[in-house]
Write a protein that binds this ligand. Structure first.
Ligand SMILES: *[C@@H]1O[C@H](CO)[C@@H](O)[C@H](O)[C@H]1NC(C)=O
Ligand SMILES: *[C@@H]1O[C@H](CO)[C@@H](O)[C@H](O)[C@H]1NC(C)=O
Ligand SMILES: *[C@@H]1O[C@H](CO)[C@@H](O)[C@H](O)[C@H]1NC(C)=O
Ligand SMILES: *[C@@H]1O[C@H](CO)[C@@H](O)[C@H](O)[C@H]1NC(C)=O
Ligand SMILES: *[C@@H]1O[C@H](CO)[C@@H](O)[C@H](O)[C@H]1NC(C)=O
Length: 255
Protein backbone atom coordinates (compact mmCIF):
# COMPACT_ATOMS: atom_id res chain seq x y z
CA UNK A 1 0.00 0.00 0.00
CA UNK A 2 1.37 3.42 -0.93
CA UNK A 3 2.02 5.77 1.97
CA UNK A 4 -0.65 8.26 0.91
CA UNK A 5 -3.24 5.51 0.48
CA UNK A 6 -2.27 4.17 3.87
CA UNK A 7 -2.63 7.62 5.44
CA UNK A 8 -6.02 8.14 3.82
CA UNK A 9 -7.20 4.72 5.01
CA UNK A 10 -5.88 5.43 8.48
CA UNK A 11 -7.58 8.85 8.61
CA UNK A 12 -10.83 7.30 7.39
CA UNK A 13 -10.68 4.59 10.04
CA UNK A 14 -9.94 7.19 12.71
CA UNK A 15 -12.94 9.23 11.62
CA UNK A 16 -15.06 6.10 11.66
CA UNK A 17 -13.89 5.32 15.19
CA UNK A 18 -14.71 8.84 16.30
CA UNK A 19 -18.14 8.68 14.70
CA UNK A 20 -18.95 5.36 16.34
CA UNK A 21 -17.48 6.29 19.72
CA UNK A 22 -20.19 6.32 22.31
CA UNK A 23 -20.79 9.71 23.87
CA UNK A 24 -19.28 10.09 27.32
CA UNK A 25 -21.92 9.03 29.81
CA UNK A 26 -22.99 11.30 32.54
CA UNK A 27 -23.73 10.04 36.02
CA UNK A 28 -27.37 9.79 35.04
CA UNK A 29 -29.52 11.58 37.56
CA UNK A 30 -26.79 11.42 40.19
CA UNK A 31 -27.21 15.15 40.90
CA UNK A 32 -24.09 15.41 43.02
CA UNK A 33 -24.73 12.19 44.89
CA UNK A 34 -21.49 10.40 45.75
CA UNK A 35 -20.97 6.98 44.21
CA UNK A 36 -21.24 3.60 45.93
CA UNK A 37 -19.75 0.48 44.34
CA UNK A 38 -21.02 -3.03 44.98
CA UNK A 39 -18.67 -5.60 43.50
CA UNK A 40 -20.16 -8.84 42.15
CA UNK A 41 -17.75 -11.44 40.89
CA UNK A 42 -15.56 -14.45 41.50
CA UNK A 43 -12.20 -14.77 43.27
CA UNK A 44 -10.53 -12.41 40.76
CA UNK A 45 -12.70 -9.65 42.29
CA UNK A 46 -12.80 -11.00 45.87
CA UNK A 47 -11.05 -9.87 49.01
CA UNK A 48 -7.66 -11.69 49.22
CA UNK A 49 -6.66 -12.44 45.66
CA UNK A 50 -8.80 -10.19 43.47
CA UNK A 51 -8.67 -6.58 42.23
CA UNK A 52 -11.79 -5.48 44.14
CA UNK A 53 -10.14 -4.15 47.28
CA UNK A 54 -7.64 -2.27 45.10
CA UNK A 55 -10.49 -0.53 43.30
CA UNK A 56 -12.26 0.34 46.56
CA UNK A 57 -8.98 1.76 47.94
CA UNK A 58 -8.99 4.39 45.16
CA UNK A 59 -12.35 5.86 46.24
CA UNK A 60 -12.45 9.22 47.97
CA UNK A 61 -14.07 8.29 51.23
CA UNK A 62 -15.95 8.56 53.35
CA UNK A 63 -18.48 9.97 50.85
CA UNK A 64 -17.59 7.50 48.10
CA UNK A 65 -17.48 3.91 49.29
CA UNK A 66 -18.08 0.32 48.27
CA UNK A 67 -18.37 -3.30 49.33
CA UNK A 68 -16.45 -6.19 47.82
CA UNK A 69 -18.90 -9.08 47.44
CA UNK A 70 -16.65 -11.10 45.15
CA UNK A 71 -16.93 -14.77 46.08
CA UNK A 72 -14.16 -17.27 45.51
CA UNK A 73 -15.17 -20.13 43.20
CA UNK A 74 -18.39 -18.44 42.09
CA UNK A 75 -20.03 -18.93 38.73
CA UNK A 76 -22.95 -16.79 37.56
CA UNK A 77 -25.14 -19.69 38.76
CA UNK A 78 -23.62 -20.42 42.18
CA UNK A 79 -23.43 -16.70 42.96
CA UNK A 80 -27.22 -16.59 42.84
CA UNK A 81 -27.85 -19.96 44.52
CA UNK A 82 -25.38 -19.19 47.33
CA UNK A 83 -27.15 -15.92 48.16
CA UNK A 84 -24.39 -13.52 47.17
CA UNK A 85 -26.45 -11.87 44.43
CA UNK A 86 -29.17 -11.17 47.00
CA UNK A 87 -26.55 -9.28 48.97
CA UNK A 88 -25.91 -7.09 45.90
CA UNK A 89 -29.61 -6.39 45.35
CA UNK A 90 -30.10 -5.72 49.08
CA UNK A 91 -27.40 -3.06 48.89
CA UNK A 92 -29.06 -1.50 45.85
CA UNK A 93 -32.46 -1.45 47.54
CA UNK A 94 -30.93 0.23 50.55
CA UNK A 95 -28.61 2.73 48.86
CA UNK A 96 -29.65 3.43 45.26
CA UNK A 97 -31.78 6.40 46.33
CA UNK A 98 -29.00 8.11 48.28
CA UNK A 99 -25.90 7.07 46.32
CA UNK A 100 -25.05 6.99 42.64
CA UNK A 101 -24.83 3.19 42.71
CA UNK A 102 -22.66 0.95 40.52
CA UNK A 103 -22.34 -2.81 40.39
CA UNK A 104 -19.26 -4.32 38.79
CA UNK A 105 -20.13 -7.70 37.27
CA UNK A 106 -17.10 -9.90 36.58
CA UNK A 107 -17.47 -13.64 36.06
CA UNK A 108 -16.03 -16.22 33.69
CA UNK A 109 -13.02 -17.88 35.35
CA UNK A 110 -15.26 -20.54 36.92
CA UNK A 111 -18.17 -20.45 34.48
CA UNK A 112 -15.76 -21.63 31.77
CA UNK A 113 -14.70 -24.76 33.69
CA UNK A 114 -16.63 -27.73 32.26
CA UNK A 115 -16.95 -29.28 35.75
CA UNK A 116 -19.17 -26.36 36.79
CA UNK A 117 -21.75 -27.15 34.11
CA UNK A 118 -22.58 -23.62 33.06
CA UNK A 119 -23.13 -23.68 29.29
CA UNK A 120 -21.72 -20.62 27.56
CA UNK A 121 -25.17 -19.42 26.46
CA UNK A 122 -26.41 -19.57 30.03
CA UNK A 123 -23.35 -17.63 31.25
CA UNK A 124 -24.05 -14.99 28.61
CA UNK A 125 -27.75 -14.82 29.55
CA UNK A 126 -26.90 -14.58 33.26
CA UNK A 127 -24.65 -11.56 32.68
CA UNK A 128 -27.51 -9.84 30.87
CA UNK A 129 -29.95 -10.77 33.65
CA UNK A 130 -27.60 -9.35 36.31
CA UNK A 131 -27.24 -6.09 34.38
CA UNK A 132 -31.00 -5.75 33.84
CA UNK A 133 -31.68 -6.33 37.52
CA UNK A 134 -29.14 -3.69 38.57
CA UNK A 135 -30.81 -1.21 36.23
CA UNK A 136 -34.29 -2.06 37.48
CA UNK A 137 -33.13 -1.28 41.02
CA UNK A 138 -31.76 2.12 40.04
CA UNK A 139 -28.08 1.19 39.74
CA UNK A 140 -25.62 1.21 36.84
CA UNK A 141 -24.13 -2.14 35.87
CA UNK A 142 -20.44 -2.13 34.95
CA UNK A 143 -19.84 -5.26 32.90
CA UNK A 144 -16.19 -5.99 33.66
CA UNK A 145 -14.44 -8.52 31.44
CA UNK A 146 -12.30 -11.08 33.27
CA UNK A 147 -8.81 -10.31 34.56
CA UNK A 148 -6.32 -12.23 32.41
CA UNK A 149 -4.40 -15.16 33.84
CA UNK A 150 -0.62 -14.78 33.70
CA UNK A 151 -0.04 -18.04 31.82
CA UNK A 152 2.07 -17.51 28.71
CA UNK A 153 2.72 -19.18 25.36
CA UNK A 154 5.97 -17.23 25.12
CA UNK A 155 7.55 -14.21 26.86
CA UNK A 156 5.22 -11.62 25.27
CA UNK A 157 2.22 -13.77 24.47
CA UNK A 158 -0.09 -14.60 27.37
CA UNK A 159 -2.64 -17.31 26.68
CA UNK A 160 -5.92 -15.63 25.72
CA UNK A 161 -7.91 -18.08 27.84
CA UNK A 162 -10.90 -15.83 28.58
CA UNK A 163 -11.47 -14.64 25.03
CA UNK A 164 -15.07 -15.82 24.70
CA UNK A 165 -15.97 -14.73 28.23
CA UNK A 166 -14.73 -11.25 27.32
CA UNK A 167 -16.95 -11.21 24.23
CA UNK A 168 -19.91 -12.25 26.40
CA UNK A 169 -19.30 -9.30 28.75
CA UNK A 170 -19.07 -6.93 25.77
CA UNK A 171 -22.28 -8.33 24.35
CA UNK A 172 -24.09 -8.04 27.70
CA UNK A 173 -22.98 -4.40 27.92
CA UNK A 174 -24.15 -3.80 24.39
CA UNK A 175 -27.52 -5.51 24.80
CA UNK A 176 -28.29 -3.67 28.04
CA UNK A 177 -26.80 -0.31 26.99
CA UNK A 178 -24.29 -0.45 29.86
CA UNK A 179 -20.65 0.59 30.08
CA UNK A 180 -18.05 -2.08 29.32
CA UNK A 181 -15.03 -2.11 31.59
CA UNK A 182 -12.74 -4.10 29.34
CA UNK A 183 -10.33 -5.35 31.98
CA UNK A 184 -9.54 -8.50 30.01
CA UNK A 185 -8.21 -6.56 27.01
CA UNK A 186 -6.33 -4.05 29.18
CA UNK A 187 -4.76 -6.64 31.48
CA UNK A 188 -3.83 -8.93 28.59
CA UNK A 189 -2.20 -6.07 26.71
CA UNK A 190 -0.35 -4.96 29.85
CA UNK A 191 1.09 -8.34 30.76
CA UNK A 192 1.98 -9.03 27.13
CA UNK A 193 3.92 -5.78 26.98
CA UNK A 194 5.81 -6.17 30.25
CA UNK A 195 6.34 -9.88 29.52
CA UNK A 196 6.02 -13.12 31.42
CA UNK A 197 8.89 -12.54 33.86
CA UNK A 198 7.67 -9.12 35.03
CA UNK A 199 4.03 -10.26 35.13
CA UNK A 200 4.77 -12.86 37.80
CA UNK A 201 5.31 -10.05 40.34
CA UNK A 202 1.53 -9.78 40.84
CA UNK A 203 0.78 -13.44 41.46
CA UNK A 204 -0.83 -14.72 44.62
CA UNK A 205 1.83 -17.42 44.86
CA UNK A 206 4.56 -19.07 42.80
CA UNK A 207 2.19 -21.63 41.30
CA UNK A 208 -0.94 -19.44 41.17
CA UNK A 209 -1.11 -17.33 38.01
CA UNK A 210 -4.79 -16.42 38.41
CA UNK A 211 -5.05 -14.56 41.71
CA UNK A 212 -3.32 -11.39 42.84
CA UNK A 213 -0.98 -10.69 45.73
CA UNK A 214 -1.48 -7.41 47.66
CA UNK A 215 0.60 -5.44 45.14
CA UNK A 216 -1.25 -7.02 42.21
CA UNK A 217 -4.49 -5.92 43.87
CA UNK A 218 -3.24 -2.32 43.92
CA UNK A 219 -2.06 -2.42 40.30
CA UNK A 220 -5.11 -4.09 38.75
CA UNK A 221 -7.50 -2.22 41.07
CA UNK A 222 -5.97 0.98 39.67
CA UNK A 223 -6.39 -0.36 36.14
CA UNK A 224 -10.11 -0.93 36.79
CA UNK A 225 -10.45 2.54 38.39
CA UNK A 226 -8.83 4.15 35.34
CA UNK A 227 -11.08 2.18 32.96
CA UNK A 228 -14.15 3.26 34.94
CA UNK A 229 -13.15 6.93 34.76
CA UNK A 230 -12.54 6.53 31.04
CA UNK A 231 -16.10 5.24 30.55
CA UNK A 232 -17.65 7.57 33.14
CA UNK A 233 -15.58 10.77 33.33
CA UNK A 234 -18.18 12.17 35.72
CA UNK A 235 -16.71 9.86 38.40
CA UNK A 236 -13.23 11.31 38.15
CA UNK A 237 -13.58 13.61 41.16
CA UNK A 238 -14.51 10.64 43.39
CA UNK A 239 -11.43 8.61 42.57
CA UNK A 240 -7.97 9.42 43.90
CA UNK A 241 -5.17 9.51 41.40
CA UNK A 242 -1.81 7.80 41.27
CA UNK A 243 -0.22 9.38 38.21
CA UNK A 244 2.93 7.29 38.49
CA UNK A 245 1.11 4.00 38.63
CA UNK A 246 -1.35 4.96 35.88
CA UNK A 247 1.57 6.03 33.69
CA UNK A 248 3.25 2.66 34.22
CA UNK A 249 0.05 0.74 33.48
CA UNK A 250 -0.91 2.60 30.32
CA UNK A 251 2.63 2.76 28.97
CA UNK A 252 3.39 -0.91 29.47
CA UNK A 253 6.04 -0.45 32.14
CA UNK A 254 6.37 -2.96 35.00
CA UNK A 255 4.89 -1.47 38.18
C1 LIG B 1 -22.85 -9.01 52.23
O1 LIG B 1 -21.47 -9.10 51.87
C2 LIG B 1 -20.62 -8.47 52.78
C3 LIG B 1 -19.22 -8.57 52.17
O2 LIG B 1 -18.83 -9.89 52.01
C4 LIG B 1 -20.71 -9.15 54.14
O3 LIG B 1 -19.89 -8.47 55.06
C5 LIG B 1 -22.16 -9.12 54.61
O4 LIG B 1 -22.27 -9.86 55.79
C6 LIG B 1 -23.07 -9.70 53.55
N1 LIG B 1 -24.45 -9.52 53.97
C7 LIG B 1 -25.33 -10.47 53.87
C8 LIG B 1 -26.71 -10.12 54.33
O5 LIG B 1 -25.04 -11.58 53.44
C1 LIG C 1 -21.41 -15.56 49.62
O1 LIG C 1 -22.38 -16.42 50.17
C2 LIG C 1 -21.81 -17.47 50.97
C3 LIG C 1 -22.92 -18.43 51.30
O2 LIG C 1 -23.96 -17.76 51.91
C4 LIG C 1 -21.16 -16.83 52.18
O3 LIG C 1 -20.58 -17.83 53.00
C5 LIG C 1 -20.09 -15.87 51.72
O4 LIG C 1 -19.54 -15.21 52.82
C6 LIG C 1 -20.66 -14.85 50.74
N1 LIG C 1 -19.55 -14.10 50.17
C7 LIG C 1 -19.41 -12.78 50.34
C8 LIG C 1 -18.21 -12.20 49.71
O5 LIG C 1 -20.20 -12.09 50.95
C1 LIG D 1 0.21 -16.39 20.78
O1 LIG D 1 0.12 -17.79 20.91
C2 LIG D 1 -1.03 -18.36 20.31
C3 LIG D 1 -1.09 -19.84 20.66
O2 LIG D 1 0.12 -20.47 20.34
C4 LIG D 1 -0.99 -18.11 18.81
O3 LIG D 1 -2.14 -18.64 18.21
C5 LIG D 1 -0.92 -16.63 18.56
O4 LIG D 1 -0.78 -16.38 17.18
C6 LIG D 1 0.25 -16.01 19.31
N1 LIG D 1 0.19 -14.57 19.16
C7 LIG D 1 1.25 -13.84 18.84
C8 LIG D 1 1.01 -12.36 18.76
O5 LIG D 1 2.33 -14.34 18.63
C1 LIG E 1 -24.38 -2.76 19.88
O1 LIG E 1 -23.62 -3.11 18.74
C2 LIG E 1 -24.16 -2.66 17.52
C3 LIG E 1 -23.27 -3.12 16.39
O2 LIG E 1 -22.73 -4.37 16.64
C4 LIG E 1 -24.24 -1.15 17.51
O3 LIG E 1 -24.86 -0.74 16.31
C5 LIG E 1 -25.05 -0.69 18.67
O4 LIG E 1 -25.01 0.71 18.73
C6 LIG E 1 -24.50 -1.26 19.96
N1 LIG E 1 -25.38 -0.89 21.04
C7 LIG E 1 -24.93 -0.31 22.15
C8 LIG E 1 -25.96 0.00 23.16
O5 LIG E 1 -23.75 -0.07 22.34
C1 LIG F 1 1.36 4.77 43.51
O1 LIG F 1 2.22 4.27 42.52
C2 LIG F 1 3.56 4.05 42.93
C3 LIG F 1 4.35 3.65 41.69
O2 LIG F 1 3.87 2.45 41.13
C4 LIG F 1 3.59 2.99 44.03
O3 LIG F 1 4.91 2.84 44.48
C5 LIG F 1 2.68 3.42 45.17
O4 LIG F 1 2.60 2.36 46.11
C6 LIG F 1 1.31 3.76 44.66
N1 LIG F 1 0.50 4.28 45.76
C7 LIG F 1 -0.76 3.87 45.97
C8 LIG F 1 -1.44 4.48 47.14
O5 LIG F 1 -1.32 3.08 45.24
Amino acid sequence: MRASTFCAAYAASLLQQLASARPARDCAGAAGKPPAFFLAGDSTTAHDGGWGDGLLATLRGPEAWGVNIGQSGATTVSYVHGGNWTNITAHLREYAATYDSYVTISFGHNDQKPANNVPFDQYQANLIKFAEEVKSLGGTPLLTSSLTRRVFESEHNATDSLHNERLAAIKAANVTGSPIIDLNAASLKYVNTIGEDAAQAYNWGPTDRTHLNPWGTVVFGRMVADLIVRELPCLESWITRNETLSYQIWNGLPA
